[in-house]
Design a binder for this molecule. Structure first.
Ligand SMILES: Cc1ncc(COP(=O)(O)O)c(C=O)c1O
Length: 398
């Protein structure tokens, strides 16, 4: 089957967060903002969902479930659903989870809020790597948990872990939890087995449990290899893995994710605190995604790879002062445009580009720390949109 990722889809009147939620989420602190064009004409490359229709196989599965007509309480973690997840990960990432370790959540975000609270009690701390997906910080802040930051180091646009810094900080006895992102949002780094092994060993030697947020794990460049953290430490029960079909198949509105919790005590506590009941349409969609979504994902991968190439070519020719490297994963481009600004002028790049260029993107400020001068562009949209977005950026920067 061929899939059309070039199609422009009007999302108006669907309560799309991307078009109706941006004022509150991106600019909540400002009042009465004006933009150079109507909201409808702003190019949206901010929130991490896609402008593509999900796989037709998934739409058909939802329709079949709708036709059944009964939408009563529906069990989440049935055997066939858990096996679908396990088989998907085994096929795509070459590791077999124990299906009995899988639990359900309404999303990775609510799971993070719950897990950090369980893992950091009595003044214990959690570590994150910056730049960071902001909800890692929100989850800690909401539970009054102190965060320790370790900065990723960039060399010519390639990010790496600062093991010396991690080592110095992880020995703190109060530090019990690492909230880790693999693939990494926003940089798109896909951590290597060497990096993961070294990090895992450091954590376990120091009694630190890892929450490994692997929500972007299926969105990798064609020849890149994603390694589940648990694969390197199959016997450990100190890694909690967060996955979902939501990013991979543009199903975020279905509000469903899965946690893989090998530790029996924590898993039992989870089961006490969460009803194993799901939205039947979400379940139908995710089950179809994990069993029939492969060909669509392969086609999407080609399309995203091509969009990254478009961005790379554009930047080389039209924005030569920017630093950019095609990332190994995600559909997010992380671009250092600091060279185009005076240091004092890069405080709110989100606002700058919305007002000056008519493009909604996420500026560095939205990624906690260590991100001044960067912008994050969501490339999961038709290439024509990507090009229009780039043109608007180039126009104000040049
Ligand atoms: C790293 C990461 N974790 C979690 C989420 C959100 O997860 P969910 O929609 O399942 O709550 C996102 C969304 O952008 C993300 O990038």
């Amino acid at each position: 089957m061929t899939y059309n990722f070039d199609k422009i889809i009007d999302r108006q009147n669907t309560n799309a967060f991307s078009i109706e939620g941006f004022r509150g989420y991106l600019f909540g602190e400002y009042e009465n903002l004006e933009f150079p064009m109507s909201d409808n004409d702003l190019i949206k490359m901010w929130v991490a969902d896609m402008e593509f229709e999900t796989a037709p196989e998934i739409i058909d599965a939802i329709k079949r479930r709708v036709d059944h007509g009964i939408f009563g309480y529906t069990l989440a973690s049935g055997e066939s659903y858990n096996n679908a997840i396990v088989n998907w990960i085994e096929k795509r990432h070459n590791f077999c989870y124990n299906p009995e370790h899988i639990v359900n959540s309404k999303g990775v975000i609510p799971a993070l809020f719950y897990l950090v609270k369980q893992l950091c009690k009595n003044g214990e701390k959690a570590m994150i790597m910056t730049p960071s997906y902001a909800f890692f910080k929100h989850a800690a802040d909401a539970n009054n948990i102190e965060l320790v930051y370790t900065k990723l180091v960039s060399k010519n646009g390639q990010f790496s872990l600062d093991f010396e810094d991690i080592h110095a900080k992880i020995v703190d006895e109060k530090l019990t939890t690492l909230i880790f992102c693999n693939p990494h949002n926003p940089t798109g780094r896909l951590w290597t087995t060497e990096e993961l092994k070294k990090l895992g060993e450091l954590c376990f030697q120091n009694g630190v449990t890892i929450i490994s947020d692997e929500i972007h794990c299926d969105l990798v460049r064609k020849d890149a290899v994603f390694t589940p953290f648990q694969k390197l430490f199959p016997e450990s029960d100190q890694i909690i893995t967060c996955i979902s079909a939501s990013k991979t198949f543009n199903l975020a509105g279905m509000l469903m994710a899965n946690m893989i919790i090998p530790n029996e005590e924590l898993r039992n506590q989870w089961l006490v605190d969460h009803l194993p009941i799901e939205n039947p349409l979400s379940l139908a969609a995710y089950q179809a995604a994990y069993t029939e979504g492969g060909p669509w994902l392969d086609a999407l991968t080609d399309y995203l790879d091509s969009n990254f190439k478009v961005v790379d070519d554009f930047i080389k020719t039209r924005l030569p002062k920017a630093e950019f490297r095609i990332s190994e994963s995600t559909y997010l481009a992380w671009i250092d445009i600091g060279a185009y600004f005076e240091e004092t002028n890069i405080d709110d790049l989100t606002l700058f580009f919305a007002q000056k260029a008519g493009i909604l993107l996420e500026g560095g400020k939205m990624f906690v720390d260590n991100s001044d001068g960067y912008i994050r562009l969501n490339l999961a949209c038709p290439t024509s949109r990507v090009l229009e977005g780039l043109e608007r950026i180039a126009k104000v920067l040049n």
